[in-house]
Design a protein. Structure first.
Length: 254
């Protein structure tokens, strides 16, 4: 049976867990192969070359082998190299990075390629690792959440009401719901955006370079946009509540 070998693949580790006393299972987000499960045999041994490299939120180049039939869900890791470029995020940036990892774990199907999303994710991690994100942290997360939802086909057009396809009125208020899409806001709904703001977000999504366009757009709408996107994402992630989200809530209550 022929074995296909993947080499020098740009990738990030989303999560790892014990497979045996000395080995790890890695959930990996790769540029050309999407989310892949790998087994790193002997990675927990003090002498393993994998041990100092297999860290989350760090740019890596990985190699693994795939049986000719390609039916195995977990592939053996054959090589791992740290690419460098930024340090490990810390504080709020670390929590933000782990939150994005959990979203990708919950929402991405195995071996479904998302090269553009991978590039956007890599760009977010460079910002988080720079230590210079400051007030840009929230817009960075909102922009990625929008791109993720669109990539997976879970985001309706933001320049029309979803059920009627009626154009948005610039001064009227609208809300985004997981099941109903975009609709006009009721009198008691606080987390709403004006039609002009939703249309600006759609224009940014349609831009050739959507990520920087979104960053400029979401900075002024973060307060109203955040709870709506979080509710939509949680709906599609299902139960239970995202662990990183619960951790943030717990820390804020201390």
């Amino acid at each position: 049976m022929a074995i296909r070998r993947i080499a020098e693949e740009p990738a990030y580790i989303l999560h790892s867990y014990d497979w045996s006393e000395s080995s790890l299972i890695l959930e990996v987000f790769s540029r050309h192969w999407g989310r892949v499960a790998l087994v790193a045999k002997g990675a927990k041994k003090p002498t393993s070359n994998f041990r100092p490299v297999l860290l989350p939120l760090q740019p890596l180049r990985l190699g693994w082998s795939v049986p000719g039939e390609g039916r195995a869900e977990i592939h053996p890791l054959k090589g791992a190299e740290w690419v460098g470029g930024h340090v490990m995020p810390s504080g709020d940036a670390l929590l933000a990075g782990l939150y994005l990892n959990e979203l990708l774990l919950r929402l991405l199907a195995r071996e479904d390629t998302h090269a553009t999303l991978f590039d956007n994710y890599a760009g977010v991690l460079r910002v988080l690792g720079s230590g210079a994100h400051g007030e840009a942290l929230e817009p960075v997360l909102r922009a990625f959440e929008l791109l993720l939802l669109r990539e997976l086909g879970l985001l309706p057009r933001l320049d029309a009401q979803t059920t009627t396809l009626a154009a948005l009125q610039p001064a009227a208020s609208y809300v985004l719901l997981a099941e109903g899409g975009l609709r006009q806001a009721g009198s008691g709904e606080r987390a709403a955006l004006a039609g002009a703001q939703w249309c600006a977000l759609q224009a940014a999504l349609d831009a050739p370079d959507a990520y920087p366009a979104l960053l400029r757009c979401v900075a002024a709408t973060n307060g109203e946009l955040k709870p709506q996107l979080r509710a939509v994402l949680q709906y599609h992630c299902g139960s239970p509540l995202l662990r990183t989200r619960q951790l943030m809530i717990d820390l804020q209550s201390l």
